[in-house]
Design a protein around this ligand. Structure first.
Ligand SMILES: Cc1ncc(COP(=O)(O)O)c(C=O)c1O
Length: 404
C-alpha cells in the first residue's frame, strides 16, 4: 500500500491564510449586508501599468508568428531579462553580480520553498520569529525541522531568532550556530529593516561559521531610507555566503503574472561543490522556465517608463502605509513598520491575543488583518495590516478602527 510522506503530517493545522479565509467567509455569509475591508493577505490591488501591458501584448503578438514564436524558455531565464536585472538591480547599486548568476523563476514563494532542496537534511536552519511561513513549512516537508511542539508553537530542530520590540524587530546572532540562515528585509510580517552595518555582521558571521544566508528581498522596492541596503551584495563578503531572492510581485504587481529570480554567486562553495551548479541542475531537472511573455513584461519593468510607473505603484501603497501608521499612532496604538515596507505591525490593545483581536476587528468594524501568532510564537500579541488595499478602503478601515 502507498505510504504518504510522514514529514507533511508534521505540519500543524492549515496554512494561516486558509484559516483566515474560512473565518472571513463564515462572517460574510452570516452578515451579507456588511462591507468587509481586507487588509490581511499581502496581495496587490492596483492593475498592471501601461508599459507592462504593452510588453505583454507585443509578446503575445510575437507568439502568433512562426518567425518570432518561442517554445520552451531557457531553464535559467532569457538573456535579455538576466542582463536587465544584473545591470539595474546590481551593477547600478555597485554590486558585483553577473548575468549568469541570476536564475529567473515564477516567483519568490517557489524559490524560497525549493531552495532548501540543495542542502543536506542534516543542516540546521535558523529563522526569524515571527517569520514568513514558507521558510519553516518547506523545511518541515523535507524532514529538516524535527517535530512540532504544540505548547511552544515551534519545531524542535529549528533555531528561532526572536524579533521583538526589544531588538527593534531584528534578529540577534543565535547562541547555537545554524547552517542555513533565513533573513528577510524589509521584513514580512513586521515591516522592519536593518542598516547596512547590521547586515554586514550577519555576512561576517555566516562566512566565519561556514553558513549560508538565504536573503529574501521581495520588498526591496519599498525601501525609503538611505542606510537600508537594497541587496545583501552591498555587504563585503556576501558573494561567498549569500543567496538572494527577489520578486516582481510587490514592486510591479505581478502576483498573478508570476515572475521572480534567485541570485547564487559562483563563489559560494562547500566541500568543493558550487551551490550555483546544484541550483542550475535542480532548475534544469524540475523547471522549464518562466514564460517568454512574462519575461518580456519583466524586462519592461526596467525600461525608463516602466521604472517611473512602478515607482508610482510603490508610492501609492506607501501613502496607504503612512495613513495607517499615522492614524493608528494618533489613536494610541503602538505601531511599527510602514516606512520601508508595506506592512504595519501593531501591538494588540489591552493584552488581547492576536486571534482575539482578529475576531474583534472582524466583528466590530469588519476589517480583516493578520494575527501575529500565525507567523510564530513571538508574533503573539501583535497584528499585521497591509498597505496593499485601495486608498479609499485603507482610509475607511483606519477610520473605523480608530473610532472603536
Ligand atoms: C517575504 C516574502 N517572500 C516571498 C513572497 C512571495 O513572492 P512571489 O509572489 O514572488 O512568490 C512573499 C509574498 O507575500 C513574501 O512576503
Amino acid at each position: 500500500m502507498v505510504k504518504v510522506c510522514d514529514d507533511y503530517l508534521k505540519l500543524p493545522g492549515s496554512y494561516l491564510f486558509s484559516t483566515i479565509g474560512k473565518k472571513v467567509n463564515e462572517f460574510s455569509v452570516a452578515n451579507p449586508d456588511k462591507k468587509i475591508i481586507r487588509l490581511g493577505i499581502g496581495d496587490v490591488t492596483r492593475p498592471l501599468t501601461p508599459t507592462i501591458i504593452k510588453a505583454l501584448h507585443d509578446a503575445v503578438d510575437e507568439m502568433a508568428v512562426a518567425e518570432t514564436f518561442r517554445g520552451y524558455a531557457p531553464d535559467l531565464g532569457y538573456d535579455f531579462l538576466r542582463s536587465a536585472i544584473a545591470k539595474n538591480d546590481y551593477a547600478d547599486r555597485g554590486c558585483d553580480i553577473k548575468d549568469d548568476e541570476i536564475f529567473v523563476s515564477d516567483g519568490a514563494k517557489s524559490d524560497s520553498g525549493n531552495i532548501q532542496e540543495i542542502f543536506s537534511k542534516d543542516c540546521k536552519i535558523a529563522v526569524c520569529d515571527p517569520v514568513y511561513p514558507v521558510y519553516v513549512d518547506s523545511n518541515v516537508m523535507s524532514g529538516r525541522a524535527g517535530s512540532y511542539v504544540e505548547k511552544e508553537g515551534r519545531f524542535d530542530k529549528v533555531i528561532y531568532m526572536p524579533c521583538t520590540k526589544d531588538t527593534n524587530f531584528a534578529p540577534e546572532i543565535p547562541d547555537e550556530n545554524p547552517d542555513i540562515i533565513y533573513l528577510c528585509f524589509p521584513n514580512n510580517p513586521t515591516g522592519a529593516t536593518v542598516p547596512k552595518s547590521e547586515l554586514q555582521k550577519w555576512v561576517d558571521y555566516a562566512n566565519k561559521i561556514g553558513a549560508v544566508i538565504i536573503y529574501d528581498a521581495a520588498y526591496e522596492a519599498y525601501i525609503s531610507e538611505d542606510d537600508v541596503p537594497h541587496s545583501i551584495y552591498e555587504c563585503e563578503g556576501a558573494r561567498t555566503c549569500a543567496i538572494e531572492l527577489r520578486s516582481f510581485s510587490k514592486n510591479a504587481g505581478f502576483t498573478g503574472v508570476r515572475l521572480g529570480f534567485t541570485v547564487i554567486p559562483k563563489d559560494i562553495e562547500f566541500d568543493g561543490v558550487k551551490l550555483h551548479a546544484l541550483w542550475a541542475r535542480r532548475h534544469g531537472t524540475k523547471y522549464n522556465g518562466a514564460p517568454y511573455i512574462v519575461q518580456k513584461a519583466g524586462e519592461a519593468v526596467y525600461s525608463p517608463e516602466g521604472k517611473k510607473e512602478i515607482r508610482g505603484l510603490v508610492d501609492y501603497y506607501m501613502r496607504n502605509a503612512s495613513y495607517i501608521l499615522e492614524g493608528l499612532k494618533k489613536a494610541g496604538y503602538t505601531v511599527s513598520g510602514g516606512v520601508n515596507a508595506p506592512y504595519i505591525w501593531l501591538k494588540t490593545p489591552d493584552k488581547m491575543t492576536s486571534w482575539d483581536f482578529f475576531d474583534y476587528l472582524l466583528n466590530e468594524v469588519n476589517v480583516v488583518g493578520t494575527p501575529g501568532a500565525g507567523f510564530g510564537p513571538s508574533g503573539e500579541g501583535y497584528f499585521r495590516l497591509t498597505a496593499f488595499g485601495t486608498y479609499e478602503n485603507t482610509v475607511e478601515a483606519v477610520d473605523r478602527i480608530t473610532k472603536l
